[in-house]
Design a protein around this ligand. Sequence first.
Ligand SMILES: [Zn+2]
Length: 87
Amino acid sequence: MLRLILIIGIIYVVIKIRKVLKKLNESKNQNFPGTENARIDDVMIKDPFCEIYFPKREGHHLKYDGKDLYFCSSTCREKFIAGRSEK
Ligand SMILES: [Zn+2]
Protein backbone atom coordinates (compact mmCIF):
# COMPACT_ATOMS: atom_id res chain seq x y z
CA MET A 1 0.00 0.00 0.00
CA LEU A 2 2.83 2.37 0.85
CA ARG A 3 4.46 1.63 -2.51
CA LEU A 4 1.26 2.60 -4.37
CA ILE A 5 1.09 5.96 -2.57
CA LEU A 6 4.77 6.54 -3.43
CA ILE A 7 4.18 5.75 -7.13
CA ILE A 8 1.15 8.07 -7.29
CA GLY A 9 3.21 10.77 -5.58
CA ILE A 10 6.04 10.42 -8.14
CA ILE A 11 3.58 10.58 -11.08
CA TYR A 12 2.04 13.73 -9.58
CA VAL A 13 5.45 15.39 -9.25
CA VAL A 14 6.43 14.42 -12.83
CA ILE A 15 3.22 15.97 -14.21
CA LYS A 16 3.89 19.17 -12.22
CA ILE A 17 7.47 19.42 -13.53
CA ARG A 18 6.27 18.89 -17.12
CA LYS A 19 3.78 21.74 -16.76
CA VAL A 20 6.49 24.07 -15.42
CA LEU A 21 8.87 23.11 -18.27
CA LYS A 22 6.13 23.76 -20.84
CA LYS A 23 5.56 27.22 -19.38
CA LEU A 24 9.30 27.93 -19.47
CA ASN A 25 9.49 26.94 -23.15
CA GLU A 26 6.57 29.22 -23.99
CA SER A 27 8.14 32.21 -22.26
CA LYS A 28 11.46 31.46 -24.01
CA ASN A 29 9.79 31.75 -27.40
CA GLN A 30 8.38 35.13 -26.43
CA ASN A 31 11.89 36.38 -25.67
CA PHE A 32 12.70 36.66 -29.37
CA PRO A 33 10.38 39.29 -30.78
CA GLY A 34 11.60 41.52 -33.56
CA THR A 35 13.90 38.96 -35.19
CA GLU A 36 11.34 38.52 -37.96
CA ASN A 37 10.59 42.24 -38.09
CA ALA A 38 14.28 43.01 -38.54
CA ARG A 39 14.34 40.77 -41.61
CA ILE A 40 11.22 42.40 -43.05
CA ASP A 41 12.69 45.88 -42.54
CA ASP A 42 15.75 44.84 -44.53
CA VAL A 43 13.83 44.87 -47.83
CA MET A 44 14.68 47.33 -50.57
CA ILE A 45 12.01 49.89 -51.38
CA LYS A 46 11.73 52.73 -53.89
CA ASP A 47 11.85 56.38 -52.94
CA PRO A 48 8.62 57.85 -54.40
CA PHE A 49 10.35 61.18 -55.05
CA CYS A 50 13.75 60.43 -56.63
CA GLU A 51 12.93 56.76 -57.50
CA ILE A 52 16.15 55.40 -55.95
CA TYR A 53 16.09 51.98 -54.22
CA PHE A 54 17.30 51.83 -50.62
CA PRO A 55 16.90 49.62 -47.46
CA LYS A 56 13.57 50.33 -45.80
CA ARG A 57 15.05 50.44 -42.27
CA GLU A 58 17.20 53.42 -43.33
CA GLY A 59 14.26 55.24 -44.85
CA HIS A 60 12.69 58.47 -43.68
CA HIS A 61 9.08 57.75 -42.88
CA LEU A 62 6.12 59.91 -43.86
CA LYS A 63 2.45 59.21 -43.26
CA TYR A 64 0.76 60.66 -46.32
CA ASP A 65 -2.88 60.21 -47.36
CA GLY A 66 -3.21 57.19 -45.03
CA LYS A 67 -0.19 55.48 -46.62
CA ASP A 68 3.27 54.83 -45.17
CA LEU A 69 5.89 56.36 -47.45
CA TYR A 70 9.65 55.98 -47.08
CA PHE A 71 12.25 58.32 -48.55
CA CYS A 72 16.01 57.85 -49.03
CA SER A 73 16.72 61.14 -47.23
CA SER A 74 14.95 63.85 -45.26
CA THR A 75 15.62 66.22 -48.20
CA CYS A 76 13.58 63.98 -50.53
CA ARG A 77 10.80 63.83 -47.94
CA GLU A 78 10.69 67.62 -47.59
CA LYS A 79 10.72 68.10 -51.39
CA PHE A 80 7.90 65.57 -51.73
CA ILE A 81 5.78 67.38 -49.11
CA ALA A 82 6.54 70.75 -50.76
CA GLY A 83 5.59 69.36 -54.19
CA ARG A 84 2.26 67.97 -52.93
CA SER A 85 1.21 71.10 -51.04
CA GLU A 86 1.62 73.24 -54.19
CA LYS A 87 -1.24 71.45 -55.97
ZN1 LIG B 1 15.40 60.21 -52.57
